[in-house]
Design a protein around this ligand. Structure first.
Ligand SMILES: Nc1ncnc2c1ncn2[C@@H]1O[C@H](COP(=O)(O)OP(=O)(O)OP(=O)(O)O)[C@@H](O)[C@H]1O
Ligand SMILES: [Mg+2]
Length: 506
């Protein structure tokens, strides 16, 4: 009836008045905790959700019971529009989970990383008597957060997030998640035991280092660069690190990021105590701006109409310029610019198969705290793989494997596969491995092909292999393939490798 007679403006005024009147006379104060706040999610909402799903809080109340796909744990949640009451410091507190319709057009992701129905607006409302509010509210909120954190640590699956393209909508979460269940640990990683111990010690130091970082005026984060051939365990190492620290993992797909500012937004939406990963950094984008500039300069100067066609990496960059505008400086800001300090306890990991393709700015000392070379399978690494795959701690053929594997360019992934082929017959598996190893080529050098990063400008347009010969024109397109140049570079490389190795922490 009222809606037909009263114009909407009057109705709005009346409703505001009536609300003020009720709030004046009601003995209760209300605190609303919406699911979204500003441009992102509301952390307090997540804490309240977790708090209320802890078994003590949900006892004897109307709850929904769910288990997200692939999760290990059941999750209780306060059912929509239900209330729950509890006592804290002698005060009665009640929570109501209000679910109402939101305007269509936004599609947020809920607290478990699942898409929320488009038209729902979710809010927890806390009700407390006005006279106890100032005494009880603050300690109560602290209690909720502490209990939720504790409950999360005990029961929650850790999550693996990946970024989704943001189409500019408001209130959008930019990460999708699934439970993280990678089984890799430092025990199963096949690599030098000393290196493992060193990395574990570094990680422990980091987790206990809050005061150190604070005192030193540094952001509480640590960067690792993992490099080495495919199949040497870089991704397995990331999983092992995350499992060791019990952190969530954010896997950044750079090709899905439209701009530097989007990269920043992604960073803001990551949680503390997490590992942020950018895999295959040399392939995700052409991050070598200086190389690109040198290439463009070179081609315009030489004005060779018959000049070699643009190398694939350059072409790809050109095509992606329209959609993908993350630049090297954007990435550097992501890792150690002002915005990188927006959270704490973060591990940032880059991986690459071609360290020599990375820009010197990314490798400069202090940028990535530790450079970890994941290399070919050595005998100690083989022993771990033999235990993982065949359950063998020792075997009569081990000495032969040790001899055959020395200095061979075989990856742990290949060794694993060979062992698994005959996993029911360990002797046959080891014999098969020895046979393959004897055919494998001897390694020229364990060292990565690397140029001196401090003098990189000098060699910007040239890539070299470990033996000093120029690579195919995959980066510069303008490599002068002269023998003298190769000789020159070879000499430089030898010097540089020495310099480089002494610079590496590992
Ligand atoms: N060091 C290692 N220890 C244990 N397993 C390994 C190791 N390296 C490789 N593997 C096995 O080989 C497979 C591939 O390894 P992984 O994906 O970690 O290699 P990667 O270095 O990340 O390769 P890519 O450069 O292609 O991404 C994994 O399933 C893993 O089980
Ligand atoms: Mg990998």
């Amino acid at each position: 009836f009222g809606t037909k007679i009263l114009p909407s403006e009057y109705r709005r005024i009346l409703s505001t008045w009536s609300k003020s009147l009720v709030s004046y006379f009601t003995p209760y104060a209300f605190v609303e905790v919406p699911e979204f706040y500003g441009a992102g999610g509301n952390e307090i909402y997540d804490y309240v959700q977790t708090y209320l799903s802890s078994s003590t809080a949900i006892a004897a109340h109307h709850v929904s019971l769910c288990r997200p796909k692939n999760a290990t744990y059941n999750t209780f949640a306060l059912a929509d529009n239900e209330s729950i009451h509890e006592e804290f410091m002698g005060a009665q507190i009640s929570w109501t989970h209000h679910v109402s319709h939101r305007q269509a057009g936004s599609n947020p992701i809920n607290w478990r990383g699942l898409p929320a129905p488009e038209d729902e607006k979710r809010t927890y409302t806390l009700k407390i008597r006005k006279e106890v509010r100032s005494r009880v509210l603050e300690p109560y909120v602290e209690h909720v957060i502490a209990t939720a954190k504790n409950f999360k640590d005990r029961t929650r699956d850790r999550l693996l997030y990946t970024n989704v393209r943001n189409n500019g909508g408001y209130n959008k979460r930019m990460w999708e998640s699934v439970p993280f269940k990678h089984p890799s640990t430092f025990d199963t990683l096949a690599m030098s035991p000393e290196l493992k111990t060193e990395i574990k010690a570094d990680l422990l130091d980091f987790t206990k280092g809050e005061q150190f970082y604070h005192r030193a005026g540094k952001a509480w984060k640590r960067g690792y660069l993992l490099y080495g051939p495919p199949g040497t365990g870089k991704s397995s190492m990331i999983a092992a690190i995350a499992n060791y620290l019990q952190y969530d993992v954010y896997d950044v797909e750079l090709t899905e990021v439209a701009s530097n500012s989007e990269l920043r937004k992604l960073l803001i939406q990551t949680t503390n105590r997490s590992v942020i990963v950018i895999e295959d950094i040399d392939c995700s984008l052409d991050l070598s701006e200086r190389k690109k500039a040198a290439f463009q300069k070179h081609t315009s100067e030489t004005k060779r109409p018959e000049a070699a066609p643009a190398p694939p990496a350059m072409k790809r960059t050109g095509a992606e310029d329209e959609t993908c505008r993350v630049t090297l400086s954007g990435l550097l800001n992501f890792t150690d610019g002002l915005w990188s300090c927006c959270g704490s306890e973060r591990i940032i990991i880059f991986t690459t198969n071609h360290i020599e393709k990375l820009d010197g700015a990314l490798l400069r000392s202090g940028r990535m705290d530790m450079h970890i070379h994941m290399s070919w399978c050595t005998f100690p690494a083989f022993q771990i793989l033999a235990y993982n795959n065949l359950g063998l701690e020792t075997h009569a053929l081990f000495p032969e494997v040790e001899k055959a594997i020395f200095d061979k360019a075989i990856t742990p992934a290949d060794v694993s596969e060979l062992l698994l082929k005959k996993k029911r017959d360990s002797t046959a598996a080891l014999e098969g491995l020895i046979q393959v190893l004897l055919q494998e080529t001897q390694l020229v050098s364990e060292l990565p092909a690397a140029v001196n990063f401090q003098q990189q400008e000098k060699y910007d347009t040239v890539s070299v292999t470990a033996d000093g010969s120029p690579l195919a024109a995959d980066e510069s397109g303008a490599v002068e393939d002269s023998k003298a140049n190769a000789e020159n570079l070879k000499a430089c490389l030898q010097q540089q490798q020495q310099h480089y190795c002494s610079k590496l922490i590992i």
